[in-house]
Design a protein around this ligand. Structure first.
Ligand code: IMP
Length: 201
């Protein structure tokens, strides 16, 4: 049976301030105190999973065990059909350069790998995992289906946004106003599902 969140505190398994703000907005209506993994001086566990669910569970379990509190983690990425689902769970890794991440490079890598393949279909995936200190976990998954476009378009957003055009739109994620993207994104879908499943919203 699905377990409901009934705590007064929740630790978000991230050190990223941008993500923390998104989670805070998600919980604006929910009366619980939010902490981040950084508040407990926790390191990030290595993301060794081969699926988004594996990685979200691994991060949430790690934080729940270390803090003794209920923990929420997310994992996300872009999957291109013509590349058999790549970059997928390695979406951030494709941008890895010495000293940081370069998404222009990652975007170019997707373009080069696709060549002139006629299938431009792609999807963004977002998985959320909510884990209790006793080991129980619940997950939620959200998708955004669309197409890869070339050349890159738009200056909003982050990551692969300039080459992803969601189905039903003529704009890429990076050409959309962020509030519009946040309503239709893969992350919005997984947030909504998790809120309905475990938070009674
Ligand atoms: P995570 O932080 O391990 O979930 O890594 C997610 C990676 O997937 C990011 O670094 C981006 O490369 C990519 N990604 C996830 N969501 C988005 C999005 O909304 N727009 C663009 N790229 C995204």
């Amino acid at each position: 049976m699905t377990r409901q969140f009934s705590g007064a505190e929740l630790v978000v398994a991230t050190h990223n301030n941008g993500k923390m703000r998104e989670f805070a907005a998600m919980f604006a209506e929910h009366p619980c105190k939010l902490y981040s993994a950084a508040d407990f001086n926790l390191e990030s566990p290595e993301e060794t999973g081969t699926t988004f669910i594996d990685n979200a569970l691994l991060k949430a379990r790690f934080v729940a065990k270390a803090t003794g509190k209920i923990a929420l983690a997310d994992d996300s990425g872009m999957c291109v059909e013509a590349l058999d689902g790549a970059p997928g769970v390695y979406s951030a890794d494709w941008a890895e350069v010495e000293g940081g991440r370069d998404f222009n490079r990652a975007i170019k890598k997707v373009h080069d790998a696709m060549g002139d393949h006629p299938n431009k279909k792609a999807k963004f995936v977002s998985v959320l995992a909510l884990c209790w200190p006793d080991g129980h976990c619940e997950t939620a998954e959200g998708f955004a289906h669309g197409q890869i476009v070339w050349p890159p378009r738009g200056s909003h957003g982050h990551g692969y946004d300039p080459i992803f055009m969601p189905d039903g739109y003529h704009n890429t994620y990076a050409e959309m106003d962020p509030t519009e993207k946040n309503k239709i994104s893969h992350r919005a879908a997984s947030f909504r599902q998790m809120m309905e499943k475990c938070f009674g919203h």
